[in-house]
Design a protein around this ligand. Structure first.
Ligand code: SAM
Ligand code: SF4
Ligand code: SF4
Length: 386
């Protein structure tokens, strides 16, 4: 790795820029924005999906996310008092739901490291959407603790999981997680999740050229026909510590081309509006969609922006609301909670923040890279969640 991209040169203070304060005028009765349904941003995008990071810690050190050189024992992880409590998370989640959120994903860091996470899941599972339906409640995990926890997660009310897995070859996988964690244990976690009924399961593979791109076809063969949906994710320029270079990105178009050289695929329609993945189905000998073999997805965050229908908000571990994965600042909702704001105040703050949203980083990526060089102050993926 060249010195320019060495994670060691990035000062730690960049990891968590100061929060944006919510102006008092957004909470005043005259300007109050009540939560009585959908709220649109400046580009007409409705708020539907909330990702909640429950910890900034992780038991893996994937080089593209938490490189060891930066996230070592001296890294200033958040102290426990800074974290939102389960009661605080649930209270905020309720106000997001009142603005139209239907789906909540727990993430991190590694969400299964948050102590008693099942208690939070129980609280969130009891909430209802504006239509009176249970939330679509899911969680993204590296799978290391899943074999042990799958049953209790299901019993608490979790509906499904997405498991990150970057290869099947044990040596490649151990190198990618950088803590020598064996792939067999993650596979055991995936099986436990399936047996516990935490499906349909999605498997996320970040593809990095020259590191794990040789695992694309083995992963495909392994998960074809399993009922699980394997998704190939372009390696992204999130955060400021992973030394991202365009050269390391394997564009989704190339992934599909490589797969098609081995087996036929058919493009499928998106299942939901705002879906991040483009869907492809395995085709049978007659060239029609083979439902038994199932589908795969590609997430082209770098080469094909999907900002125009991005309906996702992100709540960081310490209660900051981020409007984009690539944002460098978030709004401080925790201080509202801790100075005893009412539910109406919280709802009003969320409404004002979302209605002013103009973020579309991926669409602007080229121009912004030219403007700002490395974008060094962006928030880390392990802090804001994927
Ligand atoms: N620890 C959990 C896990 O790995 O599933 C949840 C948090 S992790 C930040 C969420 C997702 O972000 C994972 O699927 C991970 O592979 C992905 N991710 C992290 N850094 C990335 C990057 N630079 N580019 C693309 N995806 C990334
Ligand atoms: Fe941890 Fe997930 Fe980041 Fe890997 S991608 S370091 S498992 S938070
Ligand atoms: Fe959404 Fe930001 Fe990603 Fe665009 S770049 S899809 S606005 S999170």
């Amino acid at each position: 790795m060249s010195e320019r991209f060495s994670p060691k040169v990035i000062p730690l203070v960049d990891a968590r820029p100061r929060p944006l304060a919510v102006p008092d005028t957004w909470l005043e009765p005259g300007s109050r924005m009540t939560a009585n349904g959908l709220v649109s941003d400046t580009l007409g995008r409705n708020l539907r999906d909330l990702r909640i990071s429950v910890t900034d810690r992780c038991n893996f050190r994937c080089n593209y996310c938490m490189p060891k050189e930066v996230f070592d024992k001296n890294y200033p992880y958040l102290p426990h008092a800074s974290l939102l409590s389960f009661e605080e998370i649930t209270r905020i989640a309720q106000q997001f739901i009142n603005h139209g959120v239907q789906k909540i994903r727990l993430t991190g860091g590694e969400p299964l490291l948050r102590k008693n996470i099942e208690v939070l899941i129980e609280k969130l599972a009891a909430l209802r959407t504006l239509e009176g339906q249970p939330l679509d409640l899911t969680l993204t995990t590296n799978g290391a603790l899943l074999a042990r926890m799958a049953k209790s997660l299901k019993a608490a009310g979790l509906q499904r999981v997405t498991v990150s897995l970057d290869g099947l070859d044990d040596a490649v996988f151990r190198r990618m997680n950088d803590v020598d964690f064996p792939v067999a244990d993650v596979l055991a976690g995936i099986h436990a999740a399936r047996d516990a009924g935490l499906g349909p399961i999605k498997i996320n593979m970040v593809v990095k050229r020259g590191t794990n791109d040789q695992e694309i076809l083995p992963m495909l063969r392994h998960f074809k026909g399993s009922g699980m949906v394997l998704r190939f994710i372009e390696y992204m320029d999130v955060g400021a510590t992973n030394g991202w270079r365009m050269h390391d990105v394997v564009p989704s178009a190339e992934v599909i081309q490589r797969i098609r050289a081995e087996m036929p695929l058919l493009a499928l329609e998106p299942a939901n509006p705002g879906e991040t993945a483009q869907r492809w189905g395995f085709a049978d000998a007659a060239g029609t969609y083979d439902r038994q073999a199932g589908e795969i997805g590609v997430i082209s965050s770098v080469t094909q922006a999907f900002c125009s229908d991005c309906n996702r908000a992100r709540l960081s571990t310490e209660g900051r609301l981020y409007l984009c994965l690539f944002a460098n600042q978030g709004y401080d909702l925790r201080s509202l909670l801790r100075r005893e704001a009412s539910d109406a105040d919280l709802a009003s703050a969320i409404g004002h923040i979302w209605s002013g949203r103009a973020d579309r980083y991926s669409e602007l990526r080229g121009a912004m890279a030219a403007d700002t060089g490395s974008g060094a102050r962006r928030v880390e993926m392990s802090y804001i969640g994927g």
